[in-house]
Design a protein around this ligand. Sequence first.
Ligand code: PLP
Ligand code: CA
Length: 300
Amino acid sequence: TARAAANKLENADELIDSVETFIFDCDGVIWKGDKLIEGVPETLDMLRSKGKRLVFVTNNSTKSRKQYGKKFETLGLSVNEEEIFASSFAAAAYLQSIDFPKDKKVYVIGEDGILKELELAGFQYLGGPTDGDKKIELKPGFLMEHDHNVGAVVVGFDRYFNYYKIQYGTLCIRENPGCLFIATNRDAVTHLTDAQEWAGGGSMVGAIRGSTQKEPLVVGKPSTFMMDYLSNKFGISKSQICMVGDRLDTDILFGQNGGCKTLLVLSGVTSLETLQSPDNSIQPDFYTSKIADFLSLKAA
Ligand code: PLP
Ligand code: CA
């Protein structure tokens, strides 16, 4: 069903008063790479002083929630670890939600954040960034061994991705009965630097999809897993949430899939031209340039 075109946000107080909780995407909303976006501390302070619950969700799986806690602190923002939902944490929370057996192992294609979250949740894992060092010697009869006790392969963004990891993950999924294929996210591109678009977590997920011909279970945005998780955890009804993000196919879709109000900010990857292009079918309820507009946009 077609949605009405997004409205430019004009009365921020009306939006703020209409919800209990704001879920903020991180990159493009709170920061850009390692740089805080203008007016963010004051805006978060104002929302907290109005008694709003603030939650931060990121598809970037390279850090754990504890590591993100430090990043917020470095940027001068006081945010509790418990308010942060990174896709690294989502992978561990998903395994917990299905009672993934503690005597099975998780093979990780990804960076440190996923390993840290699995460890905190008490899961056994193997793989991770350094799994790139192993050599495959393709002599006649060569058989690559894999652990038959791997019950899940978790794939996230991995700057140390290599052919060994593809083969290992593929073997686990193909040859271990019932082995799950979980993706933290499938973002096509990411903004490691603001000067260029870089290949995103979707590229690593795509490799395993290509070799196994299986579809991953995605735990990051836009899947509903994290929305369900936090609405249960905090006991909030989804109609009382406004999802704020800079990306249409992850953030705004995440909010819409969850039945929340949605606000697109133009401080990240999406331009007004993209939003208004006839090729775009994802329309948020509102759009504005940055969250600091909450401080200045008052009813006429
Ligand atoms: N994944 C990686 C590796 C990233 O670098 C980024 C953004 O920089 C993202 C995902 C998207 O993060 P977010 O959901 O906070 O916009
Ligand atoms: Ca973003």
